[in-house]
Ligand binder design. Structure first.
Ligand code: NAP
Length: 288
């Protein structure tokens, strides 16, 4: 990487930020396509008054390509942008900002990135399928929204805090015609729910760094069902290992991370993202 007077800057705003794999992924991609650009992590502290607004303004002031936005700024960042796409507004969160000649455009690539990686890696097509989503947090919002736009037969949203799932289901029910039911994250209830599922996806943080167990009764699933987990640290969570042991088709979280990044990369550069280079770099960074 050669930094000179022509180098453009992209980056990521978050707090904490030291765990991010995005710099490894994007810098490898810039190098692979010979683009004079660099991707930097920026620790934009949540408790520092005015920091997020100033950070967003710097994207314009320093003529950056754009940035990714991660926890805890995805919602708060919206008010500082010039334009936000309808999908991100409905979800209420932005994870990618694109600098379009000084106008800052926000979008959310989490849901599209998830679905793209799910299709590429497992062949799963949501139309007419019965989908079970575990979790009702920020990641679940984007994933649920993207599924609902692709006409699944039904969606069940199961969460530890059922009220949160109910609120989310009601909010999106007004926008889509697909039925969204909610369910307690309870073994007996989940047995019934999984019995007729084509896909179950974990969007909770359970399994992250090997911590916690969802304890899903995977035996209830039809043999052709896909088990997906958006947690990517470790690459294979307990849920994925258990599903593999039972011979079920699986899909891991690293693909979502790579594909959401690749969509952002293409928006910033107007060039095709070298996805396999990004994947290699992310896998290497994950091992370190
Ligand atoms: P979030 O908004 O904080 O939501 C967390 C979810 O996990 C909620 O549904 C919460 O349930 C549930 N949860 C947490 N601890 C639990 C426990 N002990 N038992 C049962 N449920 C529990 O977080 P998020 O932003 O959605 O992120 C969730 C996970 O997805 C994180 O591990 C993150 O790293 C991962 N992620 C991956 C990608 C990717 O590219 N692969 C992208 C985004 C996020 P309650 O509502 O009951 O609290």
């Amino acid at each position: 990487m050669k930094i000179n007077g022509h180098t453009r800057v992209a980056g990521i705003f978050g707090d904490p930020i030291s765990h991010t794999l995005s710099p490894a992924m994007h810098n490898a991609a810039f190098m692979a396509i010979g683009l004079n650009a660099v991707y930097v992590p920026f620790h934009v502290k949540a408790d520092s008054k005015g920091a997020l607004k100033a950070a967003v303004e710097s994207v314009r002031a320093m003529n950056m390509l754009g940035v990714n936005v991660t926890i805890p700024h995805k919602e708060a960042v919206i008010r500082f942008l010039d334009d936000v796409d309808a999908h991100a507004l409905d979800i209420g969160a932005v994870n990618t900002i694109v600098n379009r000649d000084g106008r800052l455009f926000g979008c959310n690539t989490d849901g599209p990135g998830y679905l793209l990686s799910l299709r590429k890696e497992s062949g799963f097509k949501p139309a007419g399928k019965r989908v079970v989503i575990i979790g009702a947090g920020g990641a679940a919002r984007g994933i649920l929204y993207s599924f609902l736009g692709l006409n699944p037969a039904s969606v069940v949203l199961a969460n530890r805090t059922i009220k949160r799932a109910d609120l989310l289901a009601n909010e999106f029910a007004r926008k889509f015609s697909v039925p969204v039911e909610t369910a307690e994250l309870d073994r007996a209830v989940m047995e019934k729910v999984l019995n007729s599922a084509d896909l179950v996806v974990n969007t909770t943080s359970i399994g992250m760094m090997g911590k916690g167990e969802l304890g899903l009764p995977l035996k209830a699933l039809p043999s052709k069902a896909v088990v997906s987990d958006i947690v990517y640290r470790p690459r294979k969570t307990g849920l994925i290992k258990a599903a593999e042991k039972m011979g079920l088709k699986t899909h891991t979280g690293l693909g979502m991370l790579i594909r959401q990044g690749a969509i952002g990369f293409e928006l910033w550069t107007g060039k095709k993202a070298p996805v396999s280079v990004m994947e290699k770099a992310a896998v290497k960074a994950l091992r370190q």
